[in-house]
Design a protein around this ligand. Structure first.
Ligand code: SF4
Length: 558
């Protein structure tokens, strides 16, 4: 769906059985996400009949960190798409249909789906049970988590154990572990998790085991056999029917701000989803506020009376609400860390950690260098879900299209730089193919699915793993070409020194002590594997011809 131009008044775009209509948003403009969804579902149909993608007050006010919420609970958070909806006066897109989706080989498709579901649900062996148990963080194992990072030891749990763990806890299973082993950058990329937010005393207070206590209902996308999400209730905050916070939110509003109150973290998460702002960008901006306050650059007078110091969870909640509503200091904080620093001045841009305005997510490039490459080399900077070999680099996740590449090309060591550009290109192209197929990213982490078989049963196209990978490469090239058309060049995506382990980002304690990451070298290696010119970003004409893209990319070729 491509929406051009801007409606004269706040509008709903309604697509029913392929028929497109525009309806006035009326009183829905200004409403928060839950009310908006309830009203649209009542008007257009029940959960099974209608899909809704909508913005909250933040998107309407063009806050640059505004998200789009899908089907009430699922945030499309990064890159400010909510503001794009808002700029078009588009409150929501409503989609419904009554026709069947044609399946080329229905019996075969059902058979594959059943086999996958059975595999996900089968009983675990003793070994898998042991791994599923050990995979959940333990307060007494901090020494081991830190040591594994120091030594670059990858331990891959059996597929069945990963799936069980993911069904039970989803991303929350990784919170305390990641704060302790250095995966989670904290205190605006200056802190050391194991020192500033110790596992037993603080880390475990925001881990999945604690979050579990608030869950009232498991939640999944469609009929997924690995229901990794949940709905929570927090009595003390009067929160009901709230999507369970996940890894990024818990780290962002928790350890990152030195806040160990999971109920406040959940309240911040609820504010993000109700008002429609991105939890990564908003919490990263708050970490920058804390540092600016610590340095005496910002005071309570600048923040509508809020003294935003490290550990002030109540302050974080108030400021999150302001970012979402755009009121008071929220008007400039809601533009994200880069523009907030421009607004404040006084040298505060020096510690504004972003890449071309995109705040990096909560996976530290000093821990996983290839996530750092994704942050600075993917066309959408700062995102952790844009495709990376990071999961292979740090704990040995396999390649989802195994017949399309040799293991030596997609499998890398945790430490060092050897072969990483090629692996990054393979994994990120596969990731784009996965997005194009409408599959879930977590299937890349929790054991391979038969993509080619599923696709063939659904469409009859008969594509191989290699064909699918080429499609992913084409998609990645189109995404990159979008930036080239807009005049963005590779040098615009600069990593902050803290992401490189340089200057005050050169940590003196913890599992990442002394680590420096040659991100520019790794990025150039990735560019080389993609056949992209490191200066212009243009694709080599010879590769464009092989991909059948020479015409469409004309003007953006090397
Ligand atoms: S599709 Fe993915 S994100 Fe959705 S419930 Fe399943 S594993 Fe979780």
């Amino acid at each position: 769906v491509v929406v051009r131009g801007k409606a004269a008044v706040p509008t709903l775009l309604v697509i029913r059985d392929g028929e497109i209509t525009f309806e006035p948003a009326g009183e829905l403009w200004g409403r928060e996400i839950p009310e908006t969804f309830d009203a649209l579902k009542t008007k257009f149909g029940g959960k099974r009949d209608v899909g809704v993608s909508a913005i909250g007050p933040a998107g309407e006010k063009l806050q640059r960190i505004a998200s789009v919420m899908n089907d009430r609970y699922h945030a499309f958070g990064r890159q400010g798409f909510g503001a794009i909806y808002g700029s078009k006066n588009l409150k929501a897109i409503v989609v419904s249909g009554t026709r069947d989706i044609p399946i080329a080989k229905p019996d075969e498709f059902k058979k594959i789906c059943k086999a996958i579901t059975d595999e996900y649900k089968k009983d675990l062996s003793i070994v898998a049970r042991f791994f599923a148990y050990m995979g959940k963080p333990k307060g007494w194992l901090g020494w081991m988590y830190r040591l594994m990072t120091r030594l670059g030891m990858k331990v891959q749990a059996p597929t069945a154990a990963m799936r069980r763990m993911w069904s039970q806890r989803g991303t929350t299973a990784a919170v305390a572990l990641s704060v302790e082993n250095g995966d989670a950058p904290i205190k605006n990329w200056m802190g050391v998790g194991s020192r500033d937010f110790p596992l037993a005393k603080k880390g475990m207070k925001i881990d999945g085991k604690v979050v579990d206590k608030y869950i009232t209902k498991k939640l999944s996308c469609g009929d997924c056999p690995m229901p990794c999400k949940g709905i929570v209730k927090v009595k003390s905050r009067n929160l009901t029917d709230v999507r369970r916070p996940d890894y990024e939110t818990i780290v962002g509003f928790g350890a990152n701000l030195v806040n160990d109150d999971i109920e406040l973290v959940t309240a911040c998460h609820d504010a993000c989803n109700r008002l429609g702002i991105d939890a990564v960008s908003s919490s990263a901006t708050l970490a920058w506020v804390c540092e600016a306050t610590e340095k005496g650059i910002l005071t309570a007078a600048d923040l509508d009376g809020i003294e935003m110091t490290w550990g002030n969870g109540e302050g974080a909640l108030l400021l999150t609400i302001k970012m979402g509503t755009g009121e008071g200091c929220g008007a400039w904080l809601g533009s994200g860390v880069q523009r907030a620093a421009e607004h404040v001045g006084k040298g505060s841009d020096d510690f504004a950690v972003h890449i071309h305005g995109g705040e990096p997510a909560y996976h530290d490039s000093r821990f996983t260098s290839l996530m750092g490459v994704t942050y600075i080399a993917d066309p959408t900077p700062g995102r952790h879900t844009a495709g990376s070999a990071s999961w292979n680099e740090t704990f040995g996740a396999g390649f989802s299209l195994p017949n399309a590449a040799e293991k030596k090309d997609w499998n890398v060591k945790w430490k060092g730089t050897e072969g990483k550009g090629k692996a990054q290109a393979l994994h990120s192209n596969a990731h784009q193919a996965m997005n194009g197929l409408g599959l879930c990213m977590f299937t890349m982490l929790t054991g391979r699915l038969p993509w080619a078989d599923l696709l063939d049963a659904a469409t009859g196209w008969g594509m191989s793993d290699a064909d699918i990978l080429v499609c992913g490469e084409r998609i990645q090239n189109l995404r990159a070409a979008f930036n080239r058309r807009e005049g963005i060049v590779p040098a615009d995506f600069k990593p902050h020194r803290r992401m490189l382990g340089e200057g005050d980002g050169h940590l003196e304690a913890g599992p990442l002590k002394g680590i420096r990451v040659p991100l520019p070298v790794l990025r150039d290696d990735y560019y080389g594997s993609m056949k992209w010119n490191t200066t212009s970003g243009h694709l080599a004409k010879s590769r464009a011809t092989e991909l059948g893209m020479a015409d469409i990319l004309d003007g953006y070729l090397d």
